[in-house]
Design a protein. Sequence first.
Length: 265
Amino acid sequence: MNSAIRNAIARIWKDYSEPLSLDEIAKSAILSRFHFSRVFRAATRVSPGRYLSAVRIYQAKRLLATTSLSVTDISLAVGYNSLGSFTNHFTDSVGASPSRFRRMWREGMRATPKTESRPAPESGTVSGTVSLPPGYATARVYIGAFETPIIQRQPASWTVVEAKAGTKARYCLPEVSSGQWYIRAVATADSADPEPWTRRALLLGDVDPVTVTDRSTSIVGIALRPRRMTDLPVLYAIPDLEAQSLGHAARSRPGRSAEPALGRG
């Protein structure tokens, strides 16, 4: 089944600009559309259509950051027929309009996307520790509480911590609204290898949905790890980490259909 999912994901990354149907993606996995949908969701936590949509927005971010193409041309290049639909979806996912994201990138990604604050009359706290996998020395880690398995839209609460090898860095997400939240972490990490040509790596961490109630405190440990094939692209614009991510993707796998090293925007 791993090969079936791998083939389907490869098809999505290759042909994301095309009007791919569920039947066409399922054929890549050599499975019936109904069985394919079940196993794909079990592996990725989202539907094939949602994965495809996330890839399109990620690739739009990459093109905005690395080319001078117009927003209209980019919307067409990633499979949208309507500029308005693309702009709305991009803004909702990334936290900034396409034009604003391009300006943020050129300014060095020093600011978070400007979004409206969410009132949280009933809220709790999610806290815990985050640790590095073997082979990494230090990492700057962004941690947030998101509505979906995808790192997209404004998180309910977020923080940035510094993690070091052999220790567990503590984090705290205060004022998380009552409900179910996906705790997600993305990091730029320095290898423990002393050689000067060693590049920085991108790591992910995720936790099953956490239920938050009024005045509750949830303790959640996060173990960072290298990206997996089934991981979703990271869509929300994260300052400081953003340039590392898209820059690494552009250097390591150039080209229109390239899958990024982290699947992150």
